[in-house]
Design a protein around this ligand. Sequence first.
Ligand code: HEC
Length: 140
Amino acid sequence: MKRLFCVLSVLGVLVGVAHSLMAQEGPTSVQDGVYSDAQAERGEKFFGEACMVCHQPEEFSDGGYLEGWSGQNVNDFVEFVRSTMPEDNPGRLKRREYIDIITYFFKLNGLPAGENDLERKSLRGIQIEGPYGDASQDRH
Ligand code: HEC
């Protein structure tokens, strides 16, 4: 019996270690503060210049739109927008600008900002998931 306890506690420690290792791998959800406020502001500017001819921010706020992307990764979302928009000239913007616009969408949906910009290399590892809010009310 003693031995069983011993094995179990070793297992417990291992599981704990594995957990903390995984936690250190960085953000894996859009809920984890994966973009910066400054980046979302740049995105708002690009959106104003390249998208507002046809779109209003309200179309992409309040969670309704992002809900449809739940379960997919951010790279899929960025690539989708990049390959279809602006409708009259898809792919016209720089990839970095598309990523900035996506972070502006995140902000519009009440997702929390963090310290660092969202980088291209981490897009694939970040899952889109709720809950979403509506930050468009905060705009002035
Ligand atoms: C010339 C007009 C035009 C411009 C400019 C434009 N779009 Fe669109 N966009 C459309 C149309 C039309 C649709 C499809 C119908 C709809 O959802 O309004 C669409 C749909 C979308 C969708 C939803 C697609 C879906 O089905 O999930 C997104 C996201 C989007 N646009 C993002 C952008 C972004 C970001 C920009 C700026 C880089 C942009 N659009 C610029 C016309 C435009």
